[in-house]
Design a protein around this ligand. Structure first.
Ligand code: UDP
Length: 161
């Protein structure tokens, strides 16, 4: 018989979220973490690091033909980044909703809408789909750096009580 916990685990997905150097320098780490946490998503990995330029290029490899690629990689490697993995039902897509898009077009209530003004300094990155999430998580984290655990609030968040 499949246990409730296994069913729950099967539905869970993970996404990669990074607070970029501007978000760290502006003191927005706790503000950003709070938005994911209070929604009901679960933090399963976190670290702070200064990525090298080469590492930033790997992270943004899909954008290497874009004119802003070099500037973007220089920026991402210009200071500490908080790298995180968040878990939850629909976290990839909903994480992007929490983030918003272009700061000028994002609704108030979104992270970029509330906390950023221009495209090039938009404080946060979030994976844009399941494949990207998988690739980005494995680029930034070793498997043993991710923690699988049951949060006591889950039965209240997902209604398994
Ligand atoms: N970016 C930029 N100038 C642009 C477009 C994008 O500096 O004209 C930066 C911005 O930091 C953005 C990142 O490149 O977050 C990746 O671009 P993408 O289109 O993938 O946006 P995102 O998925 O981050 O919303």
């Amino acid at each position: 018989m499949i246990q409730d916990q296994e069913v729950l685990a099967a539905e869970m997905e993970r996404t990669f979220i990074a607070i970029k150097p501007d978000g760290v320098q502006r003191g927005l780490i706790s503000e950003i973490i709070t938005r994911f946490e209070r929604k009901g998503f679960k933090l399963v990995g976190i670290k702070i690091m200064v990525p090298s330029n080469g590492f930033a290029q790997k992270h943004y490899h899909g954008l290497k033909e874009r004119p802003f690629f070099n500037g973007l990689c220089n920026f991402l490697s210009s200071g500490p980044v908080v790298a995180m993995v968040w878990e939850g039902e629909g976290v990839i897509r909903y994480g992007r909703k929490l983030i918003g898009t272009d700061p000028q077009k994002s609704e108030p209530g979104t992270i970029r809408g509330d906390l950023a003004v221009v495209l090039g300094r938009n404080v946060i990155h979030g994976s844009d789909g399941p494949e990207t999430a998988k690739d980005e998580i494995s680029l930034w984290f070793k498997p043993e750096e991710l923690v699988s655990y049951t949060n006591n609030a889950e039965k209240w968040i997902y209604g398994q009580n």
